[in-house]
Write a protein of this length. Structure first.
Ligand SMILES: Cc1cc2nc3c(=O)[nH]c(=O)nc-3n(C[C@H](O)[C@H](O)[C@H](O)COP(=O)(O)O)c2cc1C
Length: 287
């Protein structure tokens, strides 16, 4: 990667053309696709994304065209020279493996979105065993790096991170959204059609920074921070907590597609002011 900023899955990531723009015009170091599954999914009914205090609440329902229909977009990205991470999910281990193997030829890395319910309804990332099995099964088939994206909706995120480490994951993405709800007090019902959704943006940052910090103390694999990165200062907070790179989603909406360039230049300002020569020097300094 040419810099440590990555477009997070699900934001401007539904087409090759949009991902290419984020990479070349926006200046991201890499881009992550929308999460892809075996079958196409329509997703939830509207409203699916709403603005709340200091963040967004979304319940898109993992809408995607199915991985086979997305391969032409991945090929186009590869031919264009974009560093691309394919986000994959499934309802079973075999579905994770099928999608990961199907996209691996056209991606630089695969990110397992473990915030997906299995057939019994439990999120993979809410179980050490399921996380271990998903990572292990995909790792045994792929040569390219495999990332695992964790959920903060657990009491002990470190034990899930350790399970992924044991399964030889290459990097952890910390974190996905926090489960939340907004009620319209006049309609007297939840605003999202799905009732609950995932909270992203500034309000997520203190939670995700804490998760990165706790994990970095206990595991020895690369961490990519994710949640509420709007500025270079936000990214620096993640580096100090132990992350080596950051993903940016919600901030694209507020600071524009070139948020990646802005964040990189703000990181450089910080390093210069504080007398550091590289990001490596500050990774984990707060621990
Ligand atoms: C509209 C929307 C759709 C998302 N879709 C996905 C998805 O398909 N897969 C996934 O792993 N995360 C998805 N996310 C979560 C983001 O990738 C990211 O983890 C989260 O938004 C926190 O980062 P942020 O505060 O920078 O947005 C989505 C987020 C938003 C706002």
């Amino acid at each position: 990667m040419r810099n440590p900023t990555i477009l997070a899955s699900g934001v401007l990531s539904a087409s090759g053309a949009a991902l290419k723009r984020v990479y070349f015009e926006g200046g991201a170091g890499a881009v992550v696709t929308k999460s892809l599954s075996v079958e196409a999914r329509e997703g939830h009914k509207n409203p699916t994304v709403i603005e709340i205090e200091e963040g967004l609440l979304n319940a898109v329902g993992l809408a995607n065209p199915g991985y086979k229909n997305f391969i032409k977009e991945l090929k186009y990205l590869k031919e264009s020279g974009v560093v691309v991470v394919a986000s994959v999910f499934g309802k079973s281990i075999s579905e994770y493996v099928e999608v990961a193997c199907g996209v691996a030829k056209y991606a630089d890395a695969v990110e397992l979105n473990l915030s997906c319910p299995n057939v019994e309804g439990k999120l993979f990332a809410q179980s050490e065993n399921l996380s271990y099995e998903a990572v292990r099964a995909v790792k045994s088939k792929l040569k390219i790096p495999v990332f695992a994206k964790l959920t903060p909706n657990v009491t002990d995120i470190v034990s899930v991170a350790k399970a992924c480490e044991e399964a030889k994951v290459d990097a952890l993405v910390v974190t996905n959204t926090v489960k939340a709800m907004k009620i319209d007090i006049y309609a007297k019902k939840p605003v999202l059609a799905n009732k609950t959704g995932g909270l992203s943006g500034r309000c997520l940052k203190p939670i995700a920074v804490r998760c990165v910090y706790e994990i970095a103390k206990e595991v020895d694999i690369d961490i990519i921070g994710c949640g509420g990165v709007f500025t270079g200062e936000d990214a620096v907070e993640y580096f100090l907590a132990g992350a080596k790179a950051v993903q940016i989603g919600t901030a694209v909406l507020y600071r524009g597609i070139d948020v990646f360039k802005k964040v990189c230049s703000e990181i450089e300002d910080y390093l210069r002011k504080e007398g550091f020569e590289s990001i490596e020097e500050i990774i984990g300094l707060a621990i």
